[in-house]
Design a protein around this ligand. Sequence first.
Ligand code: G6P
Length: 368
Amino acid sequence: EQIKKGNYDHFMQKEIHEQPHSLTTTMRGRLKDNSVVLGGLKDHLKTIRHSRRIIFIGCGTSYNAALAARPFLEELSGIPVTMELASDLLDRQGPIYREDTAVFVSQSGETADTLLALEYALGNGALCVGVTNTVGSTLARRTHCGVHINAGCEIGVASTKAYTSQIVVMAMMALAIGADKISTQPRREAIINGLSDLPKNVAEVLKLDGEMRDLAKSLIDTQSLLVFGRGYNYATALEGALKVKEVALMHSEGMLAGEMKHGPLALVDETLPIIVIATHDACFSKQQSVIQQLHARKGRLIVMCSEGDATSVCPMGSCRVIEVPQVADCLQPVINIIPMQLLAYHLTVLRGYDVDQPRNLAKSVTTE
Ligand code: G6P
């Protein structure tokens, strides 16, 4: 086991730090001369482009990865994209039609609820697409087509490298589905360039390890943590909070910043730490105003911003700032989740909990 962990103390730590490599393998052979080639999808692209709706279905971190992909899939395909937690779809027996494309996202390819939702969608005649890390899994075998994320074996119960590889695969899917649109070609080229540079930028953001350990030290005894995000980074807020919750066993909630005034604002005081994700994109000025409002209520703020933006997000120097490299807006969730993964990891170690096997949780939930 120690050999498999290499120089790391835990699998989760190893898997966080190997992301420049896992993302490289995810993209290997798939980005070619300003276009994307996904062998497992190419014969079905026409059907997907004609579908009435794309439905993302998953559980846990895989659902969050799909949520991160939703904005750019909508933008590049022009098709409405809806989200389903597999268990909720099954509870409601929600409508699914022959004209739908259902995309199932699962690291293991064996999560019971996701597989039951797959059988349900197959029964309703939808085109079923799989996104999984596990070759030969039930998900890979039962879907009509799909893409392997090729992130390498993930052992830590809390998913880290699979999350970033899932987002990258769905970015490549969105580029392939939207490839017939001339009007978005410059945007597609910019995203493809962003994908090529991503491993380098991920290596850069991993240098925040020490800083995130210091932040973890300052949060070690807190009861609760809130994470506010929106737009491309709504998913980052949910996934960052999930990481802290599942491994550090600390209550934490990811929230849509646009909903702040509809309840969460009542929780703000000098003691509750709040992480606000405010990297540069179309929602930046709205996040600046969120920061001002939280500041006015004396919130204990930690702001994640793009490199060089520290003074514009936090003019009074009154909050803690985490500066991350700026990449193409829709790929920013891949960068922004990494400090959150590091924070969750260090909080867990400092609080003395089991990093790779959090209590009560399983890597793959194979019962309903
Ligand atoms: C479990 C794991 C999570 C994972 C979820 C979905 O809850 O602990 O890390 O995100 O299942 O698993 P899947 O294999 O379908 O991605």
